[in-house]
Every structure is written in structure tokens, then in C-alpha cells.
Design a protein around this ligand. Structure first.
Ligand code: DER
Length: 233
């Protein structure tokens, strides 16, 4: 598909930021999957030596192993040189909405334990204002309906154009993250004040984190269906 060609093009371009000996954070999602597969091929072909990866999800860890990559844990790596990950939306300041794939907490932990974080995405992910994509909020299962009510109370006063919240389901039961948590998806339409919204949401005890990645990404590579890419630093 056109989006798939763009995702592959962005992932391929991100290999130019990899150097031998790097400790890499490996993102989650279909674009990050392209990066893992292409990185595995590049390592197998001898383009890079002594690269080790820290996966941001069980899904990525399994694909990375199948791709022949050497893996370690974040604690054993200590600190990472570079994380390459996808995003659901990227705004002009490189603020992101992530979490469509349900790995936002581990993705944010890994991205924030890296010297640099580069987003790879097909061109459709570039937006002027965040919010058209539902904002994932990771919550603990204990008292989740009370947490949901507190989230809705925050939204009542927030600078957003929509306030619908929904528990993410997998088939007919709540989606459970690798970390054992649940996700609320907030259909906000547009987010007028992302920093204020993020800080008010994470102040709720049952909220663990949100899919707002503010000031985290250092660069974004957008891939087009014709195989071309555009880089934004
Ligand atoms: O869940 C995530 O954060 C993913 O990175 C997601 O935001 C992007 O997934 P995609 O590359 O499959 O569009």
C-alpha cells in the first residue's frame, strides 16, 4: 500500500543514523517493524557490527529475534544511543501522539533513556495540531471507572474540541498492555494546550502516563509512497 511504501522508506532512511556499537531502542508498530527488519538485514550483511537492541514491546522483541538482532534489557544497557520509533501523529514542534499499538509506556521509558529519539512515519502522520487521533491514556485496572470519571472531569475544563472517552477493547475484553495495565482512548478532536493536558492527566492517581510525547523526539523522517523521504529536525 502507499502508506506501507512510505513506512518502509522512512525506516530505511533511519538506518543512516545507526552506527556500529550502538545501543538502540527498538520501537513498536508497523513502521518500527520495517526498521527492525531492515536493521536485521543490514547487520546480517555486515553494514553494522556490535549493535544491540532494547525492544519496547513483546511484539517488537519477537520480531527482532526473528530478524537476527542481538537484544538486551534496558537495565543491562543502562543508557541508549538512539531510539527509532513510530508515531500516530507528529506536529510542527515534533510533539507526538503515540500509543496506537498499546506500548506507549515502555516506548516512553525507552525513548527518554536515549541520547536521541527519531520518529519514522509515513507522510500522513504529519499534522498541524495534535488530537485527530484518539489520545491513549494508560491506567491501572484498580478502580478504573473512577479513574475514567476523573479523566472526564479534567477534559471538561480542557482546551479540546471533543470529550468522548472509551476503554480500549481486544475482542470483547479490555486490552491489557505488556505491563498489565488498561488504556483509555480519548477522542479529543484537537488538543489546544498539550502540556497542560498531559500534566493534568498524569496528576490523576490511576493514570500512569499518556501518549503525548512532548519534547521527546529529536527528529522525524516522513516517508512518501514514491519512496522519497523528508526529514524534520
Ligand atoms: O503504538 C505506537 O506508539 C506506534 O508507534 C504507533 O504510534 C505507530 O504505529 P504505526 O507505525 O503502525 O502507524
Amino acid at each position: 500500500s502507499a502508506a506501507d511504501a512510505g513506512k518502509r522508506a522512512a525506516a530505511l532512511a533511519a538506518l543512516d543514523d545507526v552506527q556500529s556499537g550502538m545501543r538502540l531502542g527498538l520501537g513498536t508498530g508497523s513502521t518500527a517493524d520495517w526498521f527492525v527488519r531492515l536493521l536485521g538485514e543490514a547487520c546480517g550483511a555486515g553494514r553494522f557490527r556490535d549493535v544491540v537492541g532494547v525492544p519496547t514491546s513483546l511484539r517488537t522483541g519477537e520480531l527482532a529475534e526473528r530478524s537476527g538482532l542481538r537484544l538486551t534489557t534496558l537495565d543491562d544497557a543502562g543508557w541508549l544511543d538512539l531510539t527509532v520509533d513510530g508515531a500516530d501523529e507528529v506536529d510542527p514542534e515534533l510533539n507526538l501522539i503515540k500509543g496506537g499499538g498499546g506500548a506507549l509506556l515502555q516506548e516512553k521509558i525507552v525513548a527518554c533513556a536515549s541520547d536521541r529519539m527519531i520518529v519514522i512515519a509515513d507522510a500522513s502522520k504529519s499534522v498541524d495540531v495534535l488530537g485527530a487521533f484518539p489520545l491513549p491514556v494508560e491506567i491501572v485496572p484498580f478502580g478504573w471507572e473512577t479513574t475514567k470519571a476523573l479523566v472526564e472531569a479534567v477534559l471538561a475544563d480542557a482546551d479540546v474540541s471533543g470529550r468522548e472517552t472509551a476503554l480500549r477493547l481486544a475482542r470483547d475484553t479490555p486490552f491489557i498492555t505488556d505491563g498489565g495495565h488498561m488504556i483509555l482512548d480519548l477522542r479529543l478532536g484537537r488538543i489546544g494546550a498539550p502540556r497542560r493536558l498531559a500534566s493534568e492527566l498524569v496528576a490523576i492517581p490511576g493514570v500512569i502516563d499518556t501518549g503525548l510525547f512532548l519534547g521527546v523526539a529529536d527528529a522525524a523522517i516522513f516517508g512518501r509512497e514514491d519512496g522519497g523521504t523528508e526529514r524534520r529536525d
